[in-house]
Write a protein that binds this ligand. Structure first.
Ligand SMILES: NC(=O)C1=CN([C@@H]2O[C@H](COP(=O)(O)OP(=O)(O)OC[C@H]3O[C@@H](n4cnc5c(N)ncnc54)[C@H](OP(=O)(O)O)[C@@H]3O)[C@@H](O)[C@H]2O)C=CC1
Ligand SMILES: O=C(CO)COP(=O)(O)O
Length: 333
């Protein structure tokens, strides 16, 4: 393809998506860390985030945002949610006015409770905005295993071009015009994955995990639909698909946080040991505020939030589960 791509964010997922896109189009990957950039350009590796995985030789990295985005036809953002706006403000100085911006990020901005596509609209009004999301654990995709994803954008013509840009070999990319639903599926499943990790860390069984995933998906769907997403989106790759991958994979950072909380560790101590992002822990307060604003009950997310805050322990939450009287299946609780 003739489209030039600038991708911002040299972590696990940014590097993985850049490697996929490099098969289809010229791409520059921006990372703030000069060692990461040198390693990608000279050794075709990003060992901090992706171990021994070999990156395509045509993938070029840069520490210069201007060089990365000034002649880009598409800009892709893989920056964690709490730093997303900061980097986008720099992108704004150099990007051309009509260029589509695609978010890979699965979190909410804490202060504003905004989704990343809303942050993009805020900083770069007028640009076509999209999101790539789904059950996509970075290391598996780098290992060449098959995966499916969803690219969502309101403009169907640009959407079809973006689908061609991101899909390759065993990475199957479907289209969807429900940006809100797709984006919220990726954000909200992270908190349920923390709940599942809290159960797994205490030796809970497969039935417990299945119950949490199913009830978790129901509450995620309730909030997502109240915020404007379509119910069927939450039954698809961006909803149920990502929920299953994140809640069951040993590779998930959010599930890992839950397992550590189950050992009685505080979120502060867990975060101090992690160099990668766990978006669920960061976004939980914003999700709770949105649930209140939209009048949606999210009992599992609320319990996770209370453990993250140190208001109660993972063990206490699981004992509490048994004390709740179940009502009708379609009701919260
Ligand atoms: N990993 C995965 O499997 C998937 C992740 N995602 C989502 O993608 C997003 C990015 O995640 P992922 O790549 O995994 O995260 P990682 O934790 O692996 O990497 C984070 C990257 O962001 C960079 N970064 C953080 N703050 C800044 C900043 N202020 N300026 C510039 N760069 C910054 C880090 O740079 P440095 O190394 O210098 O600290 C690092 O390169 C998240 O929202 C995640 O939920 C979505 C699908 C799959
Ligand atoms: O979003 C992901 C997989 O689709 C990655 O999940 P974690 O951030 O929990 O590792």
């Amino acid at each position: 393809m003739n489209l030039k791509v600038g991708l911002l964010g040299g972590g696990s997922w940014g590097t993985t998506v850049a490697s996929l896109v490099a098969r289809n189009a010229p791409i520059t990957l921006w990372a703030r860390n000069a060692d990461t950039v040198t390693e990608i350009n000279q050794q075709h590796r990003n060992s901090k985030y992706l171990g021994d995985a070999t990156l395509p030789e045509r993938l070029r990295a840069s520490t210069d945002i201007q060089e990365t985005v000034a002649d880009a036809d598409v800009v892709v953002m893989a920056i964690p949610s709490q730093n997303f706006r900061l980097v986008l403000e720099e992108v704004k100085q150099h990007v051309r006015p009509w260029v589509p911006i695609v978010s890979l990020t699965k979190g909410l901005e804490l202060d504003t409770r905004m989704r990343m596509t809303e942050v993009i609209n805020d900083v770069l009004p007028g640009h076509p905005v999209g999101v790539l999301t789904g059950p996509n654990l970075a290391r598996e995709i780098m290992a060449g295993q098959a995966a499916a994803s969803v690219i969502a954008m309101a403009d169907k013509v640009i959407l079809a071009e973006l689908q061609k840009l991101f899909k390759s070999g065993l990475f199957r990319v479907y289209t969807n015009d429900d940006v809100v639903g797709c984006e919220l599926g990726g954000v909200l499943k992270n908190i349920i994955a923390i709940a599942v990790g809290m159960g797994d860390g205490q030796g809970a069984g497969d039935n417990t995990r299945a119950a949490l995933i199913t009830r978790g998906l129901a509450e995620v769907t309730r909030l997502g639909v109240a915020m404007g997403g379509r119910p069927e989106t939450f039954a698809g790759l961006a909803g149920m698909g990502d929920m299953i991958a994140t809640c069951t994979s040993p590779q998930s950072r959010n599930r890992h946080v839950g397992i550590e909380l189950a050992q009685g560790r505080t979120m502060e101590a867990i975060a101090a040991d992690m160099f990668m992002v766990a978006e669920g822990a960061k976004s939980a307060p914003a999700v709770m505020a949105l649930a209140e604003e939209f009048g949606v009950e999210m009992p599992i997310a609320r319990d996770v939030y209370r453990v993250l805050n140190g208001e109660c322990t993972a063990r206490g939450i699981y004992k509490g589960l048994l004390r709740v009287d179940p009502g009708a299946e379609h009701e919260p609780g």
